[in-house]
Every structure is written in structure tokens, then in C-alpha cells.
Design a protein around this ligand. Structure first.
Ligand code: NAD
Ligand code: TYD
Length: 339
């Protein structure tokens, strides 16, 4: 029996991980702490909300009093930190929350992990901390060169994790993953935005020339990687998580058009994102060699599964794409569409 704290568990990847862990480890108990920002959604967890092994608290991870009381009460074995502000475009418009949650929030958790002797913490971070590379792939020792307030805030958190391991021997493990995709992804990110726009018979807004490259990992594969890192990874180490499935945004868009039976007139090229990273690529040799992880989903399989999920769960995303979302979308795209 292990007790795990998952922060940000009402978001995209956190909710997938909670479901995965409850399925894989019947004896585990999971506590989810989530602030429920615009990206947090309890509908992501409807199917497991009444599971006696699961509990939810709505709280902010920068609230050190709440976090300290919680750790004192619960005596966690493991902590998985998924909570973050995560959308690059929002970080460009409004960086404050990124610095508070991503950096101070991680600091608050590290302090509690140190004080209460938690066995292991995994910090879920991103390949974006390495900046952009035109060729080759980032390894665990590539230098940090973040280019957006989002990636800079995640890099800050990663530096703190390393420092807490070296200085205080806090048992933290850091992961840098390529882009996730799969069910329950908030429809502001590239893939869910494009899929839902096409399902609504709307155009899809490609930034710049569309030749930006991202590497993609399906939710289930990422959950398996974190499972291995949590249980078998070495503390103080960094693990890259990547699949080698690297695609230009325009090629991915063409695949989506094909899957959803639309022609190229649905593509709209719009003004580029400032500071847009040209290419991400991750070398995951260490994860493969040390922990035996390989992806089970090809990009095409994952994309088809993702499209099917959005086709079958229209009420989930339609509810999100109304109200405040519309105001965000108008603000984000109005100027770019009209320039
Ligand atoms: P998401 O935006 O879907 O969810 C983030 C969750 O964190 C939300 O439920 C939100 O309510 C919660 N949250 C935000 N601020 C909080 C706070 N102060 N206190 C408590 N909860 C708070 O994110 P995601 O896409 O699932 O990403 C999860 C993690 O994985 C993040 O740390 C992100 O940096 C990292 N990551 C994401 C990707 C990707 O492609 N999405 C790739 C690599 C790494
Ligand atoms: P995004 O999902 O925001 O993730 P990342 O954190 O990797 O930037 O964007 C993925 C890629 O898609 C990135 O190159 C920006 C591009 N993009 C568009 O072309 N149009 C869009 O509307 C969005 C949201 C992203």
C-alpha cells in the first residue's frame, strides 16, 4: 500500500495518470490537490470520483500552510508534481501565474517533501526548458535555454529540484518530456484545438509557416514512463521522455484533415507566436536503456485514438469551448487573424 499525492490531477495529464495508477495498483491510495484553474476540470475524473482509494482537495500548491498541514496529516510515500500553468501563448500574454505556480509551487512541495521524509518525488517537466534545436536531439545534460515565460518558469523549478537533491538529499527525480497528446486535453493546445475546430466545421489557425517541429507522446505511454521512473528511477537523476515521433505542424494538420475528411481550405496561416521555438527533439536513450521503456503507440495510432475520443466526447469539450474560453480565443487570435 502506498499513498501518493498528485498535484494538478484535474488537468489533462494528471487526470490520465490518476486513472492509470488506480488501474495498475489496486492497493494504492491517491490524493489529488488541484486549484481548479481554467485548465482544471473535475469532469476529467467523473468515472473515478467515488473510488474509495481516491480523494480530492481544491487548493493552491503555493499555499504553504495548506501543504504543510496536508503532508503532516497524510504522510505521503510519493509525490507527483503535475500542477503548472502550461500554455505558452498564455505565458506570453500574462506570465505572473506561471512564476508563482511553476516555481514557488514546486518550492513549496520540495520543502514539504524534505520536512516529512517523503520517499520519492517526481517533477514532471518539459523538453521546452532546453530551447530549440535545428538538428540532433536534447540529452539529459543539454544546457537549459528556455525561450518563453512558460519554459523559463519550468526551468526555474527544475533547477530548484536539482539544488534540493544536491544540498538536502531530497529524493526528487526530474523528467523532461516531449509534447503529450490524448484524451482530456484542454482545447487551447494545438491538437485538441485543431480537432475540435474541424469537428465544428471551423478553420484551423497555423502559426507562421507551419514548419515548426514537435515530438509527440501518447498519454498512456507517458503514464507508463512516469510509473517506471517513480518506481525504478534513481533519485537525483534526470530522465528524458521522448518517442522520436517528430512532425511538422503542417504535416500533422494534413493528417487531421484526412482523418476528418476535410480539404486544405480549412487551413488558415496566421501571424506567428513571438519567440516560437522552431524544433524540439528528445533523446530518450537513458530511459530506454536503464528502465526498458519504449512507446507502445505509433503517432498515427495515437492520433486516430485521440480524434475518436474527441468525436465521442463532444459534450466534454463543447462545454469548455464556451464562456471564458471564447473571450480568450478572441483575444488570442483576433489580432493575428486580421494582420
Ligand atoms: P494542464 O494545464 O492540463 O493542467 C494543469 C493542472 O494544474 C490543472 O488542473 C490546474 O488546475 C492545476 N493547477 C494550476 N495551477 C495550480 C496551483 N497553483 N495549485 C494547484 N493546482 C494548479 O497541464 P498538462 O498539459 O496536463 O501538463 C501537466 C504537467 O506536465 C505540467 O507540469 C507541464 O509543464 C508538464 N508537461 C506538459 C506537456 C504537454 O505537452 N502538455 C509536455 C511536457 C511536460
Ligand atoms: P502547443 O500545443 O501550444 O504546444 P507547445 O508548448 O509545444 O508550443 O503548440 C504546438 C505547436 O503548434 C507549436 O509549434 C505552436 C503550434 N500552434 C499553431 O500553429 N496554432 C495554434 O493555434 C496553436 C495553439 C499552436
Amino acid at each position: 500500500m502506498k499513498k501518493i499525492l498528485i498535484t494538478g490531477g484535474a488537468g489533462f495529464m494528471g487526470s490520465n495518470m490518476i486513472r492509470y495508477l488506480l488501474r495498475q495498483y489496486p492497493e494504492y491510495c491517491i490524493v489529488n490537490v488541484d486549484k481548479l484553474t481554467y485548465a482544471g476540470n473535475l469532469n476529467n475524473l467523473k468515472d473515478i470520483a467515488d473510488d474509495p482509494r481516491y480523494r480530492f482537495y481544491q487548493a493552491d500548491i503555493i499555499d504553504s500552510k495548506f501543504i504543510d498541514d496536508l503532508f503532516h496529516r497524510e504522510q505521503f510515500d510519493y509525490v507527483l508534481n503535475y500542477a503548472a500553468e502550461t500554455h505558452v501563448d498564455r505565458s506570453i500574454m500574462d506570465p505572473d501565474a506561471f512564476l508563482y505556480t511553476d516555481i514557488i509551487g514546486t518550492f513549496t512541495l520540495l520543502e514539504a517533501v524534505k520536512k516529512y521524509g517523503v520517499e520519492r518525488m517526481v517533477q514532471i517537466s518539459t523538453d521546452e526548458v532546453f530551447g530549440s534545436t535545428l538538428d540532433g536531439a536534447f540529452t539529459e545534460v543539454s544546457p537549459f535555454q528556455p525561450n518563453s515565460p512558460y519554459s523559463a518558469s519550468k526551468a526555474g523549478a527544475d533547477h530548484l529540484c536539482r539544488a534540493y537533491f544536491v544540498t538536502y538529499q531530497v529524493p526528487v527525480i526530474m523528467t523532461h518530456s516531449c509534447n503529450f497528446y490524448g484524451p482530456y486535453q484542454y482545447p487551447e493546445k494545438f491538437l485538441p484545438l485543431f480537432i475540435t475546430n474541424l469537428l465544428e466545421d471551423k478553420k484551423v489557425p497555423i502559426y507562421g509557416d507551419g514548419k515548426y517541429v514537435r515530438e509527440w507522446i501518447y498519454t498512456e505511454d507517458h503514464c507508463r514512463a512516469i510509473d517506471l521512473v517513480l518506481h525504478q528511477g534513481r533519485v537525483g537523476e534526470v530522465y528524458n521522455i521522448g518517442t522520436g515521433y517528430r512532425q511538422e505542424n503542417l504535416s500533422v494538420t494534413k493528417l487531421l484533415l484526412e482523418l476528418l475528411d476535410k480539404d486544405q481550405s480549412y487551413i488558415e496561416f496566421i501571424k506567428d507566436r513571438p519567440g516560437h521555438d522552431r524544433r524540439y527533439a528528445i533523446d530518450a536513450t537513458k530511459l530506454r536503456n536503464e528502465l526498458g521503456w519504449v512507446p507502445m503507440f505509433s503517432f498515427e495510432q495515437g492520433l486516430e485514438a485521440k480524434v475518436r475520443w474527441y468525436q465521442q466526447n463532444t459534450s466534454w469539450w463543447k462545454e469548455l469551448k464556451s464562456g471564458a474560453y471564447e473571450a480568450y480565443y478572441r483575444q488570442q487570435y483576433h489580432e493575428r487573424l486580421s494582420s
